[in-house]
Design a protein around this ligand. Structure first.
Ligand code: C2O
Ligand code: CU
Ligand code: CU
Length: 504
């Protein structure tokens, strides 16, 4: 069964995508795709001279991070109500050195509860932005933790119970980029050649609002948009030199799965995933990115003439349902306008210790289901929807375990863990992994009617953490569980959590 499923998922398709490389027609070719079979696209490449310059949020390395409602010109000539962090949409880009202490006062200037979760960072449970620690309107919360991780592209976003999806959609999310000595020694592109790209789809409303009204089918598939914004920029372009660039892609969409490619099958190299650099660069012509996943890539523009453009886009694919899921979408147009970039791709990157599933202390299975007869639909793990005070699993601190996610639904589920990092063992019954599935991960794409197995290394901080689907509508409507990291995992399941008051 696993094998036929795998074949179903990896249909080789030959339909052509048609984004121009300086006006030429690109043939998308036959690369296997895990997200679905490729579908013929409508040429929608943006024309040089059109569009909006890529925006960059300010950088931030500590201080006050206030949540507020504001107005921004997202589409030229229109005001959009955005919910901002640090007054900016997207939120400010945090840059930290591994080993440093990050301190931020969160001020909740919204009319509802909110907080911040540091996605991918291993921090003490009380700093992790669990929904039980959500901050009341008008209140503050002081976050402070040591950045324990290796270099990588992490991010942050609110995590209040049942309104994470809306708050992220309205604009609250930003990068948390960590650097370390191992990475710095590689001489990877830096400064203006190291560019974070937050990919998010949004609906094209007549009044250009970030209206968030979720209908039954949006609950089923997640809230999908019509166009992609990059760093909050519609029809974005970036002027680049003829050289090597590092792009840190983050899929900050509520539900969209992007299959990223460059026009003309222009190659690029995957150098990192959720938890930092891979062992070496992997040359590809496309790579997928489910919600919350990151992809660190190198793109070499030295073979593009000055005056030409190269379009980055999401390849159209079929076999998935939901408004526009799998639609071909332009992401970002690179306008090569100068020489002098330089840079070469290192042969080797980082040292990666491979986790041995043979050392797993335990195996656990998580069955993912959706009950569409309910309104709104209920998304479940092992038959249960999320309960704030129910502990669903108890895991011993520092243990290695094998977790399997079994997707019984026709919709993909990007499953994410707090308080741990993992390595993927197999997806859809295949141990043959794509570059984007390698390395340290915190989110795994579980294809429709399929499964994913991961080997998890749990962190050293005790307390309650979450495992959930990062399709944010699914997360908000049940597909989330608490697990507790304990010294001694003999704690009975289902024991109630101490209340927030008890913890103080
Ligand atoms: Cu980015 Cu619990 O999530
Ligand atoms: Cu997280
Ligand atoms: Cu889901």
């Amino acid at each position: 069964m696993a094998l036929s499923r795998r074949n179903f998922l990896r249909i080789a398709a030959g339909a052509g995508a048609a984004f121009g490389l300086g006006g030429s027609i690109a043939n998308a070719g036959n690369a296997p795709s895990i997200v679905g079979s490729r579908r013929a696209g409508t040429p929608t490449a943006s024309v040089r001279g059109a569009g909006n310059p890529l925006r960059f949020p300010p950088t931030f390395s500590g201080g006050t991070l206030a949540a507020a409602v504001g107005q921004k010109e997202v589409w030229p000539g229109a005001q959009t109500e955005v919910w901002t962090l640090g007054g900016s949409y997207p939120g400010p880009t945090v840059r930290m050195e591994s080993g440093g202490t990050f301190t931020a006062r969160f001020e909740n200037g919204l009319q509802e509860m909110s907080n911040i979760h540091w996605h991918g960072l291993l921090v003490p449970a009380g700093m992790d932005g669990h929904p039980r620690d959500a901050v009341e309107a008008g209140r503050t919360f002081d976050y402070s933790f040591t950045v324990e991780q290796r270099a990588g592209t992490y991010w942050y976003h609110p995590h209040p119970d049942m309104s994470t999806a809306k708050q992220v959609y309205k604009g609250m999310a930003g990068f948390f980029i960590v650097s370390d000595a191992e990475e710095q020694a590689l001489g990877l592109p830096s400064g203006e050649f190291d560019v974070p790209l937050l990919l998010q789809d949004r609906r094209l409303e007549d009044n250009r609002s970030f209206r968030y009204e979720v209908m039954h089918m949006d609950h089923v598939h997640g809230y999908l948009g019509d166009v992609a914004l990059v760093n909050g920029t519609p029809e974005a372009f970036l002027e680049v030199a003829r050289g090597l660039y590092r792009f840190r892609l983050l899929n900050g969409s509520n539900a969209r799965v992007f299959q990223v490619a460059l026009a003309g099958k222009h190659p690029f190299h995957v150098i990192g995933t959720d938890g930092g650099l891979l062992d070496k660069p992997y040359r590809v012509t496309e790579a997928y990115l489910a919600p919350a996943e990151r992809l660190d890539i190198l793109v070499d523009f030295s073979d593009v003439e000055i005056g030409q453009s190269l379009q980055m886009y999401s390849v159209g694919y079929s076999g998935q349902s939901g408004r526009n899921q799998g639609a071909e979408m332009p992401l970002l147009r690179f306008d090569v306008n100068r020489g002098g970039g330089g840079g070469s791709i290192p042969q080797q990157l980082a040292t990666l210790d491979k986790l041995d599933p043979g050392t797993a202390a335990q195996e656990r299975e998580f069955i993912l289901q959706t009950d569409e007869t309910k309104n709104p639909p209920e998304h479940k793990i092992n038959g249960k929807t999320f309960e704030m005070v129910r502990i669903d699993e108890s895991v011993k601190l520092g243990d290695i375990e094998v977790w399997t996610f079994q997707n019984t639904t026709p919709v993909p589920h990007p499953m994410h863990l707090h308080g741990a990092q993992f390595q993927i063992l197999e997806v859809g019954g295949s141990e043959e992994l794509l570059p984007e599935q390698l390395g340290w991960k915190d989110t795994v794409y579980v294809p429709p009617h399929s499964n994913a197995r991961v080997v998890v290394k749990f962190g050293k901080h005790s307390g309650v953490f979450l495992v959930h689907c990062h399709n944010l509508e699914h997360e908000d409507h049940g597909m989330m569980q608490n697990f507790e990291l304990v010294q001694n995992s003999a704690v009975e399941h289902g024991a109630p959590l101490p209340t927030r008051m008890d913890l103080r």
